[in-house]
Design a protein around this ligand. Structure first.
Ligand code: NAD
Length: 290
């Protein structure tokens, strides 16, 4: 298959390379001029998409996605499918889906979980929204780039699943970090804390797979001076998306709201910018109740 891939950043580049390694022809475009192994770059986004059956986008946010869609949708091949893997607001997913439908193109919103490691290894999870037909066309490619693709519903359902998942992640990471900081002050050994919680009812992905305490549990960014990994500012972006969605859907999400406020403070006023999102632990460690 001939595939266009727009946005060859930390995630997009390895995803595009995996498609090329599986034997597909991948034509790439990135406004910063980056490329990826096995991918042939086009001079413009329009050039990249004009003859391809599937166009994949992996871009920073909804505003950029809408701008790129405005450029490419009018020149995409008749009957082609646009698959957006970026994490964006639900409204942007709906707007781009409508734009595609208006000119007879298929659309799937397919944000991912699994980070750069999952993108490199081809083990991402895709959470997808769109018609059954559009999902079926993209499924083969999800199988190459990932280990699981869940068709969650109509357009926008993938983004809804993603921001709900990441709201849980932000909240559980904060809870895990503040519990470690409390355990420290109570004189509890961190390894013992991990041994108990990781096999008790306080367990979570944040504790068991991505432990924020250095030297405890599996290797994670805490063992590498909290270099990301998943940067705090990206977690803040996702928590803001979940709060934006909660506001427009009139949903009560007090824990998500508190997590967004804590990450905002961390990123904007407490040197959290560029640190992994698990660096909430050293942040709590230094603090008392006041
Ligand atoms: P990134 O910043 O490394 O990559 C984005 C790329 O898009 C950049 O290379 C940039 O030059 C390019 N770009 C920006 N504007 C463009 C335009 N107008 N036309 C073409 N290219 C353009 O970001 P990333 O880490 O690869 O993340 C991409 C998306 O995936 C984001 O929405 C992010 O929230 C999501 N995501 C990231 C991770 C992660 O761990 N990094 C995990 C899951 C989801």
């Amino acid at each position: 298959m001939q595939i266009a891939f727009i946005g060859l950043g930390n995630m997009g580049a390895p995803m595009a390379t995996n498609l090329a390694r599986a034997g597909h022809t991948v034509i790439g475009f990135d406004s910063a001029g980056t490329t990826a192994e096995g991918v042939t770059n086009a001079a413009t986004a329009q050039d990249a998409v004009k003859d391809t059956d599937v166009v994949i986008t992996m871009l920073p946010n909804g505003q950029i996605l809408r701008a790129v869609a405005d450029q490419i949708v009018p020149v995409m091949k008749s009957g082609a499918t646009l698959v957006d893997c970026s994490t964006v607001d639900v409204e942007s997913a709906h707007a781009v889906a409508q734009h595609a439908a208006d000119v007879g193109l298929g659309f799937v919103d397919a944000p991912v979980s699994g980070g750069v490691g999952g993108a490199l290894a081809g083990t991402l999870t895709f959470m997808c929204g769109g018609s059954t037909d559009a999902f079926a066309k993209a499924e083969l490619l999800f199988d190459i780039m990932g280990q699981k693709a869940v068709h969650c519903g109509d357009a926008g359902a993938g983004q809804a699943a993603k921001i709900c998942n990441n709201m849980i992640l932000g909240v559980t990471m904060i809870a895990t970090c503040e519990a470690f900081a409390l355990a420290d002050k109570l004189g509890l050994d961190r390894q013992k804390m991990f041994d108990v919680v990781s096999t008790s009812s306080g367990y979570s992905w944040s504790m068991n797979a991505y432990c924020p305490a250095p030297g405890v549990g599996p290797q994670s960014p805490s063992d590498n001076d909290y270099k990301p990994g998943f940067a705090s500012e990206l977690m803040l972006k996702d928590l803001r998306l979940s709060q934006q969605a909660a506001e427009s859907a009139d949903a009560d999400t007090p824990m998500g709201q508190m997590a967004a406020a804590l990450y905002e403070k961390f990123v904007e006023n407490e040197n959290g910018l560029g640190m992994d999102f698990s660096a909430m632990l050293p942040r709590f460690e230094k603090r008392g109740r006041s």
